[in-house]
Design a protein around this ligand. Structure first.
Ligand code: ACO
Length: 334
């Protein structure tokens, strides 16, 4: 019989440096009022160069998750790290976590699925556990955006949204058949790849090392068609949540807590209203961290757990939408 996967530990790490909307006002033509009204964000964290990397933040989050689970790095059978901002162009940051945590020479896989990266990673970990191949899987989402944002007025439409941070979850097999990850659902639509994209370093410029990249550093900064992203996000979030509920013969009334990818508070509120979910059943912390793409769900889940908003027996729904476009959901019986 296939096993069920339980989340047995959660942890998160965010850099110390708080950057408020008022701090951004000093760098570009923007305002606290504009940012809060359009995105709900009040402040975000920015990393310190030389102190933090995606792998180091992921490692700190993972340590906390392992501690909470009462496990040690020796127990980890596989590492999955989701990020769009790895320490190096290659290799991925998962191998660096293996080294930093002193985990034995187990497999390490990086997932490149942006805002839905953590849910793709969770789904992969779930499959390895369900089949019995691994007993303990470490799943991490870690991002450093602040290093690659255009902090002039030209980049304001994107730069004000994103922040840095990391979250981690430890997955283990459980014999309780009615508990754990009930199902995961993954989608993509590459037709919209360019609606939210970082072009370089890639193969869409003549030469990866082309001098023009240096002359035009914005090729390395995210480009976003905000309106299109918003329109697709509000539809896909709902679709993929209902898909998860239907797959388990459940209804929206059964959800104890919805933890959406923290894309934009307006997106979350739109979904919340449409689905008629009260504030007590939806978790948001984007006000304090901005959008941390692959890290947003594990940071939010870790905080929600610490705040006592996830209890034994709860039905937790995770959902994400973002660049790709990709979108995903997971339904978990805690
Ligand atoms: N401060 C002040 N003014 C700004 C800023 C800023 N930071 N950014 C843009 N503006 C200006 C624009 O230049 C424009 O000025 P104009 O009318 O003189 O041309 C005006 O504000 C309106 O710009 P829009 O882009 O039309 O603003 P909109 O109301 O659409 O809000 C936003 C932009 C917040 C990005 C919105 O489109 C949105 O929420 N989109 C969803 C995208 C998203 O949330 N992405 C998150 C990452 S993807 C994910 O995780 C799903």
């Amino acid at each position: 019989m296939l096993k069920q996967t339980k989340i047995v530990g959660l942890g998160h790490y965010v850099p110390e440096t708080v950057v408020t909307n008022h701090d951004l006002e000093k760098m570009m033509d923007t305002s606290d009022e504009w940012i809060q009204e359009r995105t709900g964000i009040k402040e975000r964290r920015w990393f310190t160069y030389g102190k933090e990397t995606v792998a180091s933040m992921g490692t700190e989050a993972a340590k906390k998750a392992l501690d909470q689970a009462g496990l040690t790095p020796d127990d980890v059978d596989f590492i999955i790290l989701a990020t769009l901002s790895p320490d190096y162009f290659f290799p991925g940051s998962g191998v660096l976590v293996q080294e930093k945590l002193g985990i034995k020479e187990v497999g390490a896989l990086d997932v490149r699925n942006q805002c839905s990266g953590f849910l793709y990673a969770l789904s992969i970990g779930d499959q390895f556990i369900k089949t019995g191949m691994y007993k303990t899987v470490l799943v991490i989402g870690s991002e450093i955006h602040s290093h690659g944002l255009d902090k002039t007025t030209k980049g304001r439409g994107v730069t004000v949204i994103f922040g840095d941070g990391a979250g981690a979850a430890v997955l283990q097999a459980t014999d309780e058949s009615d508990k754990g990850i009930l199902s995961t659902h993954l989608h993509s639509q590459g037709k919209y790849a360019k609606e939210l994209v970082v072009i370089g370093p890639g193969n869409m410029t003549p030469v990866r090392l082309d001098a023009s990249n240096a002359e035009d550093p914005t090729i390395m900064a995210p480009i976003m068609n905000g309106g299109t992203v918003f329109k697709h996000a509000v539809t896909r979030f709902q679709e993929v949540i209902y898909e998860a509920l239907e797959a388990n013969s459940m209804a929206k009334e059964d959800i104890s807590l919805l933890i959406p990818h923290q894309a934009n508070l307006r997106i979350t509120q739109f979904i919340q209203k449409k689905m008629e979910l009260g504030n007590d059943r939806v978790y948001s912390n984007i006000q304090r961290y901005g959008n941390t793409t692959a890290a947003s769900i594990p940071i939010a889940m870790s905080e929600a757990y610490q705040e006592g908003r996830i209890k034994d027996g709860d039905l937790v729904c995770l959902a994400a939408f973002g660049s790709g476009f990709t979108w995903a959901s997971a339904l978990i019986r805690w």
